[in-house]
Design a protein around this ligand. Structure first.
Ligand code: IYR
Length: 218
């Protein structure tokens, strides 16, 4: 049996709960994906704290099946940009069906990814499917769910620190494994440029669904 320690709940009145729930919602509702970055650097200690926040996410059997690679080296960022653009060019020009391209029209995206060089830091999230100890393979559990939740925590922490990000998924992403020299048990999951927005950048005028479109009560 593991040791158990007392859980100390956050105690607050219903009034305070309502106020905090509303202000957190309003704060999260201000987050936007940004595609134009400034080259202003982000202090390493801030990024470390964002990653520590991601690492507080729940995970299958507490295996914490994620690995983050933070890329700030300009040469490596360039290599990643060129590889991502080569894949994205193929995708936009050959692989993505018309319906997908039509869905993306509102976002104004194309295969050019200058932000991969301009953003001061690229956080590459890897999903760790298993670990190896003493020649024995230990499988992780609910890896995609766990890494997805940790990535959500990371995006919220980035926003909370007054920074911006893009949840980027160049496809296929295996070039990241090669360029970043990661082992076979790690698969690229998301590529998240982090930094400050380019001054005067715009975001698409898109809207979130209304509550009754995505919630039912039973
Ligand atoms: N990965 C491509 C295409 C793309 C796909 C979806 I789904 C988006 O929400 C946005 C873009 C790109 O990054 O351009």
């Amino acid at each position: 049996m593991p040791d158990f320690i007392p859980y100390r709940p956050l105690e607050m009145s219903e009034q305070e709960q309502l106020q905090r729930a509303r202000s957190f919602y309003e704060f999260c509702d201000m987050r936007r994906s940004i595609r134009e970055f400034s080259d202003r650097p982000v202090k390493k200690e801030i990024i470390e704290l964002l990653l520590k926040t991601a690492n507080t996410a729940p995970s299958g059997a507490n295996k914490q099946p994620w690995q983050f690679v933070v890329v700030t080296d300009p040469q490596l960022k360039r290599e990643i940009r060129l590889a991502a653009e080569a894949e994205e060019k193929q995708s936009y020009e050959r692989r993505m069906p018309r319906e997908w391209l039509d869905d993306l029209a509102a976002l104004g995206t194309d295969w050019h990814k200058p932000f991969l060089e301009i953003a001061p830091a690229l956080i590459v999230v890897f999903a760790v499917s298993y670990t190896q100890q003493g020649g024995k393979v230990h499988k992780n559990y609910y890896v995609k769910e766990s890494v997805g939740i940790a990535s959500g925590f990371l995006l919220a922490a980035i926003h909370h620190a007054g920074l911006v990000s893009l949840t980027h998924t160049p496809s296929p992403m295996d070039f990241l494994q090669k360029i970043l020299n990661r082992p076979d048990n790690e698969k690229p999951f998301l590529l998240i440029p982090v930094g400050y927005p380019k001054e005067g950048t715009n975001v698409p005028d898109i809207h979130r669904k209304e509550l009754d479109e995505y919630v039912v009560w039973r």
